[in-house]
Design a protein around this ligand. Structure first.
Ligand code: B12
Ligand code: SF4
Ligand code: SF4
Length: 381
């Protein structure tokens, strides 16, 4: 249908909505207030952990002008991925793995990148202008930009909260050399609430509006490539990929709506997947199960590491057999976590028998250390 308006903002908005975005707003291509200072604080305190790429791009992240000096306006887009269920329900099913809502459907990077590129192509043709597309991994501070454009505000959990969609918005942006009237920024509507800060299982918020990623289960289960530090393992519960707790408790979710994008809907096999089935996945089985899902990014070894932590927290001694089968796994990441899991499910005598059989043959230092630390942490029962 031909567009009846000549207002470029309206033309872009209509096209973006037709592409499947749910919110479309405009910001000046300039650094959002305090973004640089806050990013430097975050990096200076080492809160990015092993995400070294964040520090490498720090100067480019904070200011869109450094990223692309010709940019005049930024079209900031939100895609609603609202679930049709309460994500916290999965936490009570201890023999199942809880995968965070954003990862239960298709990979949003792929879905949104396609939509953003189509939108950018349209803008470039329609207005004979230059455009650049950014999502997630690109060095753009998407949340402060989205707040500046008025999509929502950064809540005390640091994510963007929307008055229309609650916690469940993916963000993306199109930078353009076109000059477009900016929208008004959104103000903070958290008030006296602190529900997200209180629920965090690993106490990842050093203060409201600040996150120490090193303590966040999303970081630990997705970004962290090494052994997960002992202090967080119990708190992780059965969260095997990401965490939704701080998002899910937000009272603004009373306005949330189920996503209209079917690719974001949960795949049946990724909701309530049985831990024993997941722990048995080999490389090929893992790739097959998570084809097209963001989970594939972490690879089988890191994933099985996470599943073993959930088995250790299940309180189900019958699951020990599954962990025992992984004591001879080729991956030290998996072997170490199988040891910890067994220390949670077996008594000291049973555990030490396994330690005598497997520990003496162990070549990896960290895995050997896991045998001795896990054994000494066990009460005599
Ligand atoms: C790195 C990263 C992570 C890291 C770090 C998260 C973080 N809060 O920084 C980890 C792996 C932990 C993570 C987790 C998650 N992520 Co993430 N992540 C990113 C990424 C790639 C960069 C974020 C970034 O630059 N962080 C650096 C810090 C400094 O930035 P910031 O949080 O905006 O910090 C602000 C405040 O903390 C505050 N601040 C900082 N210091 C101080 C000091 C004072 C005194 C004050 C007052 C304020 C203040 O100001 C800062 C700047 O405004 C973005 C995509 C992107 N390019 O932006 C996605 C993104 C933020 N993630 C997203 C999602 C969905 C998640 C998860 C929900 C996934 C999940 N279910 O597991 C969790 C949520 C955890 C949480 N509570 O934040 C979405 C969020 C969408 C939204 N509605 O906000 C994004 C935007 C991806 C996308 N394209 O949609 N993520
Ligand atoms: S995602 Fe989970 S672990 Fe991370 S800050 Fe939120 S509640 Fe805490
Ligand atoms: S839970 Fe409360 S404090 Fe946290 S973001 Fe939502 S409104 Fe703000």
């Amino acid at each position: 249908m031909p567009n009846s308006t000549s207002d470029p903002r309206q033309i872009i908005r209509d096209r973006a909505i037709a592409e499947g975005f749910d919110i479309v707003r405009f910001a000046r291509a300039e650094a959002p207030p305090n973004a640089d200072e806050h990013l430097q604080t975050f990096l200076g305190q080492g809160r990015h952990g092993t995400m070294e790429w964040m520090a490498r791009n720090a100067d480019r992240r904070a200011d869109p002008q450094t990223l692309w000096p010709e940019a005049k306006s930024i079209i900031v887009l939100g895609a609603n991925y609202g679930p049709d269920h309460d994500p916290l329900d999965a936490l009570a099913q201890r023999d199942k793995g809880a995968i965070s809502v954003y990862a239960q459907g298709s990979d949003y990077h792929d879905v949104l990148k396609t939509k953003l590129k189509r939108l950018a192509g349209f803008i470039a043709r329609e207005f004979a202008t230059d455009v650049k597309v950014f999502i997630d991994t690109a060095p753009v501070l998407e949340k402060p930009l989205a707040q500046a454009a008025g999509l929502g505000w950064q809540g005390k959990h640091t994510n963007l909260v929307s008055r229309e969609y609650g916690s469940w918005l993916f963000l993306g942006s199109v930078f353009t050399a076109l000059s477009l009237e900016p929208d008004a920024p959104e103000s903070d509507h958290c008030g006296q609430c602190h529900a997200c800060l209180d629920i965090c299982p690993t106490k990842a918020f050093p203060a409201p509006y600040q996150l120490d990623a090193r303590r966040c289960i999303s970081y630990l289960t997705i970004e962290h490539k090494d052994h997960i530090p002992r202090e967080f393992r119990e708190a992780i519960g059965n969260r095997i990929y990401g965490c939704d707790d701080c998002l899910a408790v937000c009272p603004w979710n009373k306005f949330a709506q189920v996503s209209r994008e079917t690719k974001f809907h949960a795949r049946a096999e990724l909701r309530y997947a049985r831990l024993t089935d997941l722990a048995r996945l080999d490389d090929a089985g893992f790739r097959e199960m998570f084809r097209g899902s963001p989970v594939k990014r972490i690879g089988r070894d890191r994933f099985v590491r996470n599943v073993l932590i959930a088995i250790g927290n299940s309180g189900e001694p019958v699951l020990a057999e599954t962990a025992q089968a992984l004591l001879a796994d080729p991956s030290p990441l998996v072997r170490a976590m199988a040891i910890w899991t067994l220390s949670k499910l077996l008594d000291k005598k049973q555990f030490n028998e396994l330690g005598n059989a497997f520990g003496s043959q162990e070549a990896d230092d960290a895995v050997r250390a896991e045998w001795s630390v896990s054994s000494s942490a066990l009460p005599s029962r």
